[in-house]
Each structure stands twice: as C-alpha cells, then as structure tokens.
Design a protein around this ligand. Structure first.
Ligand SMILES: [Zn+2]
Length: 151
C-alpha cells in the first residue's frame, strides 16, 4: 500500500502567508479533493524540505544542466541543515562552479524548501491544474510550487 500527497509551497522559501488566509486555502483544497484522506497546513519557524519521495529521478545544475551526483547533494544537504532547518547558503556546483542554494537546483520531480505548505493525502484527483494552483495563489497571496510526493 503506497500513499501520495499533493503539496503546495511558496516559491519564496521564507514566505509564510497571512494566517487569516490559511482557512480559505484548506476549504479550497477540500472542495477540489473531497476524497482526500487528510488535508493539512505545515508551518515551521525554519525552512523545511518538501521531498517527492519515490518520484525522485535526478538533480540537475541550474546553469549547465549537468546531472549532479547524489552523494554531492546529500553532503550539501547535511552542511546546510542546522538541526532545525535549512540555511539555503550558496554552494559551488562541481560541474561548472555555479554558486547556488539548494533551493535553486533543478529537481526531477520537483522538490522544494519552504516554511509553509499545504498538502492533501491521497487526493485522488491526478494532477492539480494551473487554474487550480492559480486559485491557491490568489488566496495565499504568493506564487506557489506544486510537489507530488509518493511513498
Ligand atoms: Zn553546472
């Protein structure tokens, strides 16, 4: 038995939407995915990692497009985490020396770093449309990324 989640997180890792908007976002997700097992808000003082689980395929350098070694990335994830969350410091990629934060790497499937997220467990709706994401963006007042997590 496997589970999957659709998570929406701000494109800006530090952005936390106004608390008064959270309820509206929950209600919208309930309307879009009435069969979901659970819909919840994730809120943290420090930046957390929103991973894609077994949907993970590879990580690419945002400048030259070369695939990054998983071991290099795992070491940087360790360096960047202070025990409570991620700093998103800049690191030099081994391929071309691009100076980038972990949130700027190209993840396939997408993964993200954020203090705020809203997710639905087993939403049973396939993919979220651009229009649906746009509705969440209007309610929460910020551009969002969609993360599909499979575990
Ligand atoms: Zn590169």
């Amino acid at each position: 038995m496997s589970n999957h989640w659709i998570a929406l997180v701000p494109q800006d890792p530090n952005f936390v939407p106004d608390p008064q908007t959270h309820d509206g976002a929950l209600k919208l997700f309930q309307a879009i995915a009435p069969d979901a097992d659970e819909i919840e808000i994730k809120l943290s003082d420090k930046i957390q990692f929103f991973d894609c689980g077994t949907n993970f395929e590879r990580i690419l350098c945002p400048r030259c497009g070369q695939q990054l070694l998983l071991a290099w990335w795992q070491d940087r994830m360790g360096d960047d985490h202070d025990g409570n969350g991620f700093q998103l410091a800049k690191y030099s990629t081994p391929c071309c020396g691009a100076f980038v934060g972990l949130d700027e790497l190209r993840y396939e499937w997408p993964q993200a770093f954020a203090r705020f997220g809203i997710d639905a467990m087993n939403p049973n709706i396939g993919e979220l449309s651009d229009e649906q994401r746009g509705e969440f963006e209007r309610i929460l007042g910020t551009p969002l990324r969609t993360i599909y997590q499979h575990i």
